[in-house]
Design a protein around this ligand. Structure first.
Ligand code: IMP
Length: 428
């Protein structure tokens, strides 16, 4: 496959970083196309742990080139912190990391507004990462955003920043009773960042077009997950970008007819960070146990993730809106000790049984999951390296997931290390 999209098929944090790392070894280009530094992709190589928020995880493969596409919102301070971290750990980025001149910039006022809006909402908050993602995409849609190419042009930047601040400062003063930003101070600090970012910037869709012509293998690295997608997720408890496969097209400028595979990543159970409905959430004791076993704490904010049973309704929705061609099932080993395992197969909504994911959150909040229960395997799987090494009940569980979602399982992960990966060749 030459153009592959990799997508989170639940509420994010599925373990995409590890799958990307595996795939990156066979990819010439890795492209981030949406979101910003709200993402947190963790990759473990032997005893080294890397957490990347902005830069594609594929940067850890020295042969790959990495692109931050036009659909990404970029926090320049966070970007340079990451460049510094990678370089200090011996990962070269210069000449192999490219930033789209059309990507929008996250400014300090976006971060502040994200925080102030959340505080103002009180109990009704979204539970954002407070990285300024929503306010930055809102400015993009309102045509008040500032792109990398605008920063590179001092005259345009001066004008655009003045226009943006005029509105933001009014908002801050009148609605939030907060002190306004100084144009001069912001202008000065971004003039400094202008020369720093310049060597990374290019028209990345042209780079991708050329790569396509040369038959290079391109991997599109999705951030967050389908249920956090602005259109297809649990709105308003979503992020502000297109975290589904369609986002890879608009967020990179790649020709859609080139895409030849969409891989979904799921956990063997479900997790969610932030607010919003979660039908298959575990009862308290099991929640604590899986949070600990699965180290379910956000890579970006450190917040504990809510955990629950695998929800086939959610993943079928992801299969449908992304056109998934295969899936990777992560963290199977976290379920190793459970005597029995449930799978949510449908929802009971008052007198109706539903098999699709509802748009109306009131329906979702009242939905009672219908479960199938399977026996656990109660045997460690962390040393398994091929399907045949897995206990029979674990294989049966995976087979049932495959049947319920209607897409073949291609990778099974049984631990955080690169080596703890099973590639399914043929049938389970
Ligand atoms: P925002 O993207 O910071 O605006 O947050 C909106 C929602 O998306 C919140 O529920 C966040 O917790 C969630 N979110 C954003 N990024 C991620 C991620 O990378 N993994 C999981 N949840 C995320």
């Amino acid at each position: 496959m030459s153009h592959t999209i990799l997508i989170g098929a639940q509420w994010g944090d599925e373990g995409k970083g590890k799958v990307i790392d595996v795939l990156a070894q066979k990819s010439d280009y890795i492209v981030r196309y949406q979101g910003g530094n709200n993402a947190g992709h963790t990759v473990r190589i032997a005893s080294n742990k890397f957490v990347l928020h902005h830069i594609p995880s594929g940067i850890l493969n020295p042969k790959s080139r990495c692109i931050i596409g036009n659909g990404v919102v970029l926090d320049l301070d966070a970007f340079f912190d990451e460049v510094k971290m990678l370089e200090s750990r011996g990962v070269s980025v210069r000449g192999r990391l490219f930033v789209s001149d059309r990507a929008h910039i996250i400014f300090p006022y976006h971060r502040l507004l994200d925080q102030l809006r959340e505080e103002r909402k009180g109990a009704g908050k979204i539970g954002t990462t407070k990285r300024g993602i929503g306010p930055c995409y809102a400015d993009k849609a309102s045509r008040l955003g500032i792109r990398i190419c605008d920063l590179l042009n001092p005259r345009v930047f001066q004008r655009r920043l003045a226009e943006a601040l005029e509105e933001k400062n009014e908002l801050l003063k009148k609605i939030y009773h907060y002190k306004p930003y100084s144009f001069e101070a912001l202008h000065k600090s971004y003039a400094f960042l202008r020369s720093k970012i310049k060597p990374f910037v290019c028209d990345t869709h042209l780079l991708l077009e050329e790569a396509g012509r040369k038959k290079k293998r391109i991997l599109f690295e999705g951030a967050q997950g389908t249920l956090l997608d602005l259109d297809h997720g649990t709105y308003p408890y979503v992020t502000s970008s297109s975290a589904t496969a369609g986002g890879a097209i608009s967020g990179s400028g790649v020709n859609p007819s080139k895409i030849d595979g969409v891989i979904g990543v799921v956990k063997a159970y479900t997790t969610r960070v932030g607010e919003g409905p979660f039908p298959t959430v575990f009862p308290k004791a099991l929640l604590k146990k899986i949070q600990t076993l699965g180290e379910e704490f956000g890579a970006t904010t450190g917040r504990p993730r809510r955990c629950g049973w695998f929800d086939a309704v959610v993943v079928r929705h992801a299969v449908c809106v992304n056109g998934l061609t295969k899936v990777a099932v992560m963290k199977l080993d976290v379920l190793d000790t459970l005597p029995e395992i449930k799978i949510g197969v449908a929802y009971q909504c008052q007198k109706k049984k539903i098999y699709h994911f509802p748009a109306d959150l009131e329906i979702l909040e009242k939905a009672v999951p219908i479960y199938e229960t399977m026996p656990g395997w109660q045997t460690p799987t962390t040393a398994a390296r091929k399907v045949g090494d897995l206990p029979k009940n674990a294989r049966n569980y995976l087979l049932r997931l495959e049947q319920l979602i209607g897409v073949p399982i291609w990778i099974i992960s049984v631990g955080s290390d690169r080596s703890q990966t099973i590639v399914v060749n043929g049938k389970l």
